[in-house]
Design a binder for this molecule. Structure first.
Ligand code: F6P
Length: 398
């Protein structure tokens, strides 16, 4: 195939923030197309924005891409460092100008940044404050990047979490126990909701719907009466909050109904070591339902592994589209997917916005109709769905 004309000659690519399956698949799609189809040179920047500040790079050639499509993690390494606030020698410093000078020294026309919400912000800041041209792609198992219907890595994490919950189901039924399983997702409930539905969890608690502990306990007790079995799976997002916590967060005074152990202090005024959300819930629900409970936190297991075919397809399409946009000289956009098509989205429409599960999302109705408890009484869910009550009103019920 003849090399097509390209306005961009040389690009850098970095991966930043928490890793996720599919990063290597994007690097491969982008680099192969950039080199093969458009004759660009590609420089790999190591360990996220820190590598740009410290000028640590490696050339990315065709040979480097062999076998990476299915590999988890990132061949470039990653970090959570921000150019504008980088810890250097014990001090936090603004390294924006150094990052930009290094990119210029490397003769990069554009730096391609693969990352989640924080990375979008950092890339935009390099452009705004330093005049560096950037292009981003949405990476995160949390699926919370704005401007795209889906982030890559999410589908694989749902698969991993669902498979883990399937296994927990086996042991929960055998022992007739409740298992509270905590999944990642930061402040968004996509992963818990997706994996919870896919694995048939009985209760799914997400940050978007602050839960009512008593409503969850009542649901579990009803389930026991109906089926004569005690086993159940409670799938909780790491960012889920109780109604009381939500009310406190929105400025209301704590009503004392549910003391939060995370805020208790010892006799010297030290805050006690934080009890995990899943442990706290298991303890509370065991007490309220008189059912033996166990806790599993899936943690970073959800971030590793071979990307699913659907993620690989998305990653490859995003990488190829990014190369096409770079060749056309389109910069300072995020390449997202909307209605199945890869499109450039202006970074201003992405930065600073967390995409959480909207309260009218079809997955919520799916779960509710199926009989899954979403942390509130069924009548309350219906009223919420129909817009007859707001979340704030529900939270104020305590
Ligand atoms: O953003 C991805 C994510 O895995 C979140 O789901 C989680 O809260 C966080 O990263 C964990 O971060 P770290 O890798 O720093 O422990």
């Amino acid at each position: 195939m003849p090399v097509l004309p390209s306005k961009t000659r040389r690009i850098g690519v970095l991966t930043s923030g928490g890793d996720c399956p599919g990063l290597n698949a994007v690097i491969r799609g982008l680099t192969k197309t950039a080199i093969n189809t458009y004759g660009m040179k590609v420089v790999g920047i190591l360990d996220g924005f820190r590598g740009l500040v410290e000028n640590r790079t490696r050339p990315l050639e065709f040979a480097d891409l062999s076998g990476v499509l299915t590999r988890g993690g990132t061949i470039l390494g990653t970090s959570r460092d921000k150019p504008a606030k980088m810890p250097i020698g014990g001090k936090v410093q603004d390294m924006t100008s150094v990052a930009v000078a290094n990119a210029r020294g490397l003769k990069l026309d554009c730096v391609v940044c693969l990352g989640g919400g924080g990375t979008q912000k950092n890339a935009w800041q390099l452009h705004q404050a330093g005049g560096l041209d950037v292009l981003t792609m949405p990476k995160t198992i949390d699926n919370d990047v704005a401007g795209t219907d889906r982030s890559f890595g999410f589908a694989t994490a749902v698969q991993t979490a669902a498979e883990a919950i399937d296994r927990l189901h086996d042991t929960a039924t055998s022992h007739d126990r409740m298992i509270v399983v905590e999944v990642m997702g930061n402040k968004a409930g996509w992963l818990a909701l997706g994996a919870g539905i896919a694995a048939g969890a009985d209760v799914v608690l997400i940050p978007e719907i602050p839960y009512d502990l008593q409503a969850v306990a009542n649901f579990l007790l009803r389930r026991q009466r109906r089926h004569g079995r005690k086993f159940s799976i409670v799938c909780v997002a790491e960012g889920a909050v109780s109604r009381q916590e939500a009310a406190v967060a929105t400025g209301r005074r704590r009503n004392g109904k549910e003391a939060d152990p995370a805020e208790l202090e010892d006799d010297r005024g030290y805050r006690l070591v934080k009890e995990s959300l899943a442990s706290r819930l298991a303890r509370q629900l065991q007490e309220l339902t008189r059912t033996e409970a166990r806790v599993t936190t899936l943690g970073h297991v959800q971030r590793g592994g071979v990307p699913t075919a659907s993620d690989r397809l998305l990653c490859t399409a995003l990488g190829v589209k990014a190369a096409e946009l770079l060749a056309a000289g389109v910069y300072n956009v995020m390449v997202g997917i909307r209605d199945g098509v890869c499109v450039p989205v202006p970074l201003q429409e992405v930065v600073g916005i967390r995409r959480v599960v909207p309260l009218d999302h079809a997955w919520l109705l799916t779960a509710n109709r199926l009989g899954t408890c979403l942390g509130i009484a069924n009548a309350e869910f219906s009223a919420l769905w129909e817009g007859k009550v707001t979340l704030e009103e529900l939270n104020s019920r305590g």
